[in-house]
Each structure stands twice: as C-alpha cells, then as structure tokens.
Write a protein that binds this ligand. Sequence first.
Ligand code: ATP
Length: 261
Amino acid sequence: MRIGFLQIDWIDVLDVLLVAFLLYQIYKLIQGSIANKVFFGYILIYVVYLVAKALGMELLSAILGQFMNVGVLALLIIFQQEIRRFLLMLGRSTSFQENALLKRFYTPKISKENVSTLQAIVEATKSMATTHTGALIVVEKEDDLKKFIDSGDHLDAVVTKPLLKTIFGKNSPLHDGAVIIKNGRIAAARCMLPISENGTISPALGFRHRAAIGMSEHTDAAIVVVSEEKGEISFVENGSIFRNMSAGNLEEKLAGYFVKN
Ligand SMILES: Nc1ncnc2c1ncn2[C@@H]1O[C@H](COP(=O)(O)OP(=O)(O)OP(=O)(O)O)[C@@H](O)[C@H]1O
C-alpha cells in the first residue's frame, strides 16, 4: 500500500501495533509511580535527540547520543521492579493454567486439604470483618516468599479459622503485620511486606492496604485484607485491589490459588 510518498506493507502495520501495545503496557505498569516521570523525561530527551539529529546539530546530538547510551543502562536499573513485573505478567499470561482457551478443556481441581484451608481463610476473614479486626493474609503462589516469611515469626501451623482469628486478635502479640500461607500451612505471622509507591492508590487506604498492594507488585501472591476501620474485605493480586468483597467473591478469587497442579 502507498500513502503519499510512504510505502507501507503489513509488516510495518504489525510493527507499529506491537510498539503501541508495548508502550501501553509500559504506561500501565508505571502509571502513578515515580518511574512514570523518569520515563517521560527520558522520552522527551529522546525526541530532542531525534530532532537534533534530523536537523544536523552535530554537537547536541553527539552529547544526547552519549546520554541515550548510558541512559539505557540507567533505565534498566531504575525500572528493575517494573521490568520484573512486566516479565512476570508476560510469563503468567502465557502459562498453561492462565490460558483462557486451554481452561475450557482443563478444569483445575482443588484437593480436600486445600478446600478446608480455603474455607478457613474465608470464614475467618468474614468473621474478622464483622468484628472490625484488622488482618493481612498472604497466600503464596509460585514465587518463593522466604524472605518475607523470614521477616516474621515462623509458625508452621494448620490453617484454621480459630487460629487466624487468634493471631489477628487485638491482644495477640502476633497481630501486627501479615500472616503468610505456604503449601496450605501458616508459615509465619508478623511478617513485613513492601509498601507500594503507586501514587494512584486512594488516600483513604493506609499502610495495611498499601503493604498488600506492594506485596502483589513484587510477587504473584494473593493477599486478603480486612480493614480494622471499615470492616471491609479486600482482595489484592497483580498490583490491583478489589475492595468491598463478599465472602462468596473472595472464595472464588482465592480458589485459583489452591488448585492442584
Ligand atoms: N509494611 C507492612 N507490612 C505488614 N503489615 C503492615 C505494614 N505496614 C502496616 N502494616 C499493618 O497495618 C497496620 C496499620 O494499618 P493502617 O491503619 O495504617 O492501615 P489501613 O490500610 O488504614 O487499614 P485499616 O483500615 O485496617 O486501618 C499495622 O498495625 C500493621 O499491622
């Protein structure tokens, strides 16, 4: 196809679409974070570099050219977290279990033990929400959470509704921080999670919710939050928070984290 003096074939169209898709994914990942401003600053310098080069401004384009070379390395360092999240997202969306088409032919099963773990979490969460007991529960998926488990007190206990309620009880010495569930057992309590730096998070959400979102940005874990103030249940995964969940919705969302491989 010819548009004016431009000769365009289907591979050019595909090229532009892929670049647009990549830029949109990058924008979604860094939206609201400090990295956002750095990224747009870098793009601006790149545009100035291209203009300077096109106009034949030798000195300016040479200086900016050097900056662009070092800049790529600097970007890799600045955007470590975002790049990691991007690759994780790609890996997840192409993995067998996440594939919507394959899911039609493959129905994942939840083992008996996992059903009782899942129900214990949902029941405890429901109960804590009615009593406005603040809670933060992390369920490990594939990413190893050892470093977060090691930040708390190791337990290795069966997941039961009374135990979860006891841990998060206001007078419990273990109520601060998060409980981490690994292989269907409570691996640790009082764990420290990374706080999200995403600037688009509602100012109404405090550190408990921000820690849950931060954890979901760093790992593929699922996080359940009970708000002490509002008695509201939230489910967090892949950097997104789903607020005001019913027990039924929570069970549905969490079930995917307990399927037998
Ligand atoms: N980095 C963290 N890792 C794990 N838990 C944390 C972290 N930061 C805060 N918390 C937990 O959150 C509690 C404070 O919650 P805060 O009131 O700031 O949050 P919130 O999101 O407003 O929740 P709530 O609605 O329950 O008040 C702390 O007592 C602690 O248990």
